[in-house]
Design a protein around this ligand. Structure first.
Ligand SMILES: Nc1nc2c([nH]c(=O)n2[C@H]2C[C@H](O)[C@@H](COP(=O)(O)OP(=O)(O)OP(=O)(O)O)O2)c(=O)[nH]1
Ligand SMILES: [Mg+2]
Length: 129
């Protein structure tokens, strides 16, 4: 049986040359690792609308616009994901971890020193390009 692919909207939120990262909780898929905030795209939802909803729910910011950065299809073995990554430079509000997750702003050059899920290597490469 072929594995179901999960479509995910991911936000690379940039402010003053720093990027927002959050820590996934231990119980989640790829738990305990850092991530760019985001989540699953619902049926009939655009990538932008999904990201707007997820960033409000997870980190309390309202995004005004976003541009496509990269799409990464990755097979974790237990789950296949298609990460639709958008760059967000235009948002309102101050980021806070609404789900109790640790959150921090990191210089782009420091991103590679944090532990992310495997698929994120390509996202970080795209950010640094
Ligand atoms: N949000 C996010 N997910 C990522 C990243 N890298 C990566 O491999 N993923 C994977 C992990 C998950 O399998 C999937 C995202 O699902 P999610 O757990 O954020 O979805 P969600 O917010 O709707 O949350 P949930 O309530 O279902 O846990 O994508 C990333 O940088 N950010
Ligand atoms: Mg999420």
């Amino acid at each position: 049986m072929s594995k179901k692919q999960v479509n995910v909207a991911v936000g690379v939120v940039e402010h003053h040359n720093q990027i927002l990262i959050c820590k996934r909780s231990a119980e989640q898929h790829q738990g305990g690792l850092w991530e760019f905030p985001g989540g699953k795209i619902e049926q009939d939802e655009s990538v932008f609308d999904a990201l707007k909803r997820e960033l409000k729910e997870e980190v309390d910011i309202t995004i005004q616009s976003a541009t496509p950065l990269i799409t990464i299809d990755h097979d974790y073995g237990d789950k296949c994901v298609s990460l639709k990554v958008l760059l967000v430079q235009d948002f309102i509000g101050e980021a806070k971890g609404l789900e109790g997750q640790p959150l921090c702003w990191v210089d782009k050059q420091q991103l590679s020193t944090y532990e992310f899920p495997e698929a994120n290597k390509q996202i970080i490469a795209a950010i640094l390009k």
